[in-house]
Design a protein around this ligand. Structure first.
Ligand code: 26W
Length: 798
């Protein structure tokens, strides 16, 4: 069947489609329609334009017998989809024109869409960029995750303290998903395993249904559309009629409420593993549903399970879906009767694992008790996997099950065909630290795939001024081939071009300044350096190093107010995990410092500190194009890659940063002279920790640091509660595991170099433009090509 081909989309077609959806999909007239109705109608009109290419992609994948890629991730931090869809389908002019004609404001309609905040941070946003690049490259692929009813909590401040409120994106309606009530799988938990004629039979105690919701993901120019399939938990029997008939109305609704708990809420703890049973339930729930779906699709085309590794590549986004190993073995061995070794070999041929962190507290482990209770058969299979691996590698001293815990990293490594790190430095450290022994046994397994970001969202769409300049200069091929930004390089010394580059940044900063004024009542000087640190709050990311430097800077300005200071606006944003009290203290400290410093008439026009609440993808899209300086200041060896660092560089904000994660590769590419390096290297960090009293020694050696710490301890920023930050001061002057004090002096030096460099505006613009011109390698298209070639053995079909 060939569905009626949609006409080439003109402004008038689009307007008619919007009006038609308004009436027939939402039952509203233009007179009664609210912003949300218009937004939904426009979204449906845009979505319609994806459907044909979506069907076509499926057809072509079947026809080619192509290998499919499945990206399993607990998190997809996709943000808003409407503008992204419009940009990728190249409907921006038509959409603006149509809304104009209807008397509506484009920014207002697009701004009505809630962020789909189905992720915590880097790992989830990476998954979203990857989906877009997979579609752009025409790689047959599907993302699998959880349709959380509540995404990452909403953050606000009360007297500087973080407050959390539930996020409720689905209350505002989700325009992009197609519910698939027919795609349901029954997922079991608990129960027991019996032996029936030598065959293990698992009889779960509890079952829920996983129901699919599909979101089309269009690549650049809409030539290919893949699917993000998110699972929602439903009760097998949604309503208990017996309870109801007995008059127990609450009890009657219990099964549905209990089942839905599984997909109710995203865990907000990135980097601290909690070991909670519900989290393991979530992990098994979506992984098991995905694998059943993958096998059903495979069975519809092939009848030899031995072909699985040549037709299916599964990527495990960190260890969160690591249960895929034992579950796939169970499906092939227990349910389909393949010999155990064959089942394990096939699973190993399909699965691959990406590690996103080396922080010990983030490496997932489950107690045998919790694991065995929830997944008794899987615990047996884990042991058989461990035995099989130990038999093949008798020198191995560790095991997946050690100290009564199931180690998901080890399990993932053993069950994977390829294991990858997310930057060159991180991959090297994986080989030397957490996976040292396994790497020695399987030296071919670990490969590097340095992260990337999609240039459609993170340049074309979020920074239209810079995008137009680039397209005017080198035409629009860069959007699909970001390395072509190199062609800008000959222009950086052309004064007229450079003025246009500076003008784009100036206008972006002016936009941000008026937004800050309109929405937060904040007045900022658009001529100042916009110095931005936006990311999750964590000690290793060292937002406290940044605020300490701001305090010292403020004190120094007060010492010498008439000196020629380069004005600076320091902007922070980021959420702390609700149970991470130290990180919450850092937020409060930054807010307290902001209150005091911003009220100081002596320094007001030289230094301002701002902490914006509720950091999310949309806020990042607003801030990054207006940034002059990108803060990437983690303790070396701790940030696996970073991806915000790439977005800033691409948008012409040079980095002040350590040699950590992908900063190393950014500096290599943009040039050391266009990057403000400071701090210890990963090796020096290890050596420094061994120095007795390292923090105290650093403080004694740097009077500025000593004075800044003293001000905090004396209650300069918390006059009514002087010991409010005793904990921070004590930590920094004592244990200081993240070496804030030891890196302070060099950070101060680098910041003063920033001041001096910014004072020479044309030199600064040149540096910013070189950052843009030399960041093309950080496209997620390049990353995905790397996965396709080195990990998946998959081909694009466009
Ligand atoms: C078990 C709880 C938990 C949840 C999430 C532990 C760890 C995580 C993630 C691994 C945290 C994360 O987002 N890591 C980030 O991944 C990005 C994409 O690769 C990297 O750029 C960041 O450096 C890394 O911190």
């Amino acid at each position: 069947m060939n569905i009626a081909t949609l006409p080439v989309v003109s402004r008038d077609n689009l307007r008619d489609a919007i009006l038609s959806h308004l009436a027939y999909s939402f039952g509203k007239t233009p007179e009664t329609a609210q912003t949300q109705d218009w937004r939904m109608a426009l979204s449906y009109a845009v979505r319609d334009r994806m459907v044909e290419a979506w069907f076509d992609a499926t057809r072509r994948t079947y026809d080619a017998g192509a290998k499919r890629v499945y990206y399993l991730s607990m998190e997809f931090l996709i943000g808003r989809l409407l503008e992204d869809g419009i940009v990728n389908l190249q409907l921006l002019d038509q959409a603006r024109g149509a809304l104009d004609e209807l008397g509506l404001d484009f920014a207002n309609i697009v701004g009505d869409e809630p962020d789909a905040a189905l992720g915590n941070g880097g790992l989830g946003r990476l998954a979203a960029c990857f989906l877009e690049s997979l579609s752009t490259l025409g790689c047959p692929a599907m993302g699998y995750g959880i349709r959380y009813e509540h995404g990452l909590f909403q953050q606000s401040f009360a007297e500087g303290r973080q407050m959390e409120a539930p996020e409720t994106w689905l209350l505002q309606r989700h325009a992009w998903e197609f519910e698939r009530p027919e795609s349901r799988y029954r997922i079991g938990f608990g129960g027991s395993v019996s032996d029936e004629a030598g065959k293990a039979v698992w009889t779960p105690a509890v079952e829920v249904d996983a129901e699919a919701f599909d979101t089309p993901i269009a690549g650049w120019q809409g030539k290919w559309v893949n699917t993000l399939r998110l699972w929602s938990a439903r009760a097998v029997h949604p309503f208990d009629l017996d309870s109801f008939n007995r008059g127990d109305f609450e009890g009657a609704a219990q099964p549905e409420a209990l089942a839905r708990t599984i997909s109710r809420v995203l865990y907000p703890d990135d980097t601290t593993e909690q070991g909670k049973e519900l989290r393991l339930k979530q992990e098994f729930f979506f992984t098991a549903a995905a694998l059943r779906d993958i096998l059903r699709r495979f069975d519809s085309e092939y009848d030899d399970p031995g072909l699985l590794p040549s037709k299916v590549a599964v990527q495990l986004n960190d260890t969160h879906p690591a249960i895929a190993g034992p579950e796939l073995v169970r499906l092939l061995h227990d349910e389909r009767g393949l010999p155990f070794d064959d089942a394990m070999g096939i699973a190993q041929g399909c699965l691959n694992y990406t590690n996103h962190t080396l922080l010990p507290e983030a490496l997932e482990t489950w107690s045998e008790g919790v694991f065995g209770k929830l997944l008794p058969r899987h615990l047996q299979i884990v042991d058989r996997i461990d035995d099989a691996h130990a038999k093949a590698n008798p020198s191995r001293s560790l095991s997946i099950r050690a100290d009564h815990q199931v180690h998901m990293g080890e399990l993932s490594f053993i069950m994977a065909n390829r294991v990858n790190g997310v930057s060159a430095l991180h991959t090297g450290l994986m080989k030397e630290t957490v996976f040292e022994e396994l790497h020695a046994l399987h030296p071919e397994k670990i490969v590097n795939q340095t992260n990337g970001v999609t240039p459609r969202r993170w340049l074309l769409s979020c920074n239209p001024r810079l995008s137009s300049l680039i397209t005017d200069t080198i035409s629009d091929g860069w959007v699909a081939d970001l390395e072509r930004l190199q062609e800008l390089e000959p222009h950086v010394d052309d004064a007229a071009w450079s003025d246009r580059y500076a003008e784009a940044k100036r206008a972006n900063k002016a936009d941000l300044a008026s937004w800050l004024s309109d929405t937060h009542g904040l007045k900022v000087d658009p001529e100042a350096i916009f110095d931005i640190q936006i990311k999750r709050m964590h000690e290793y990311k060292r937002q406290h190093l940044n605020i300490l430097e701001a305090i010292a800077h403020w004190q120094e300005i007060k010492d010498n107010p008439s000196a020629d200071w380069t004005p600076r606006v320091k902007i922070f944003a980021g959420k702390a995990a609700p149970g991470y009290f130290f990180a919450k203290d850092i937020i409060r400290l930054i807010n307290d410092v902001a209150r005091v410093v911003n009220a100081d008439p002596e320094t007001r026009d030289k230094l301002e500190v701002i902490f914006l609440p509720n950091y999310n993808v949309t806020l990042a899209e607003r801030l990054i194009p207006a940034a002059d300086l990108s803060e990437q200041i983690s303790t070396a060896g701790k940030e696996a890659s970073g991806t915000g660092n790439m977005k800033f560089a691409l948008n012409g904000a040079p980095t002040v940063g350590t040699l950590d994660g992908a900063n190393v590769e950014i500096r290599e590419r943009v040039g050391a002279e266009n990057f403000f390096l400071f701090g210890m290297t990963a090796d020096e960090v290890d050596a420094r920790r061994a120095v007795e009293d390292h923090a105290r020694k650093a403080i004694e050696a740097d009077p500025r640091l000593a004075r800044a710490l003293k001000a905090i301890g004396d209650g300069v920023f918390s006059a009514n509660e002087p010991d409010r930050y005793a904990n921070i001061v004590e930590n920094l002057s004592g244990h200081d595991y993240f070496l804030v004090c030891s890196d302070f002096s060099d950070y101060w030096r680098a910041q003063r170099e920033v001041d001096a460099a910014f004072a020479d505006r044309s030199a600064w613009t040149r540096m910013a433009a070189l950052n843009t011109a030399r960041s093309g390698w950080f496209s997620s298209d390049r990353t995905i090509r790397g996965y396709m070639a080195d990990i998946w053995d998959a081909k694009g079909l466009v």
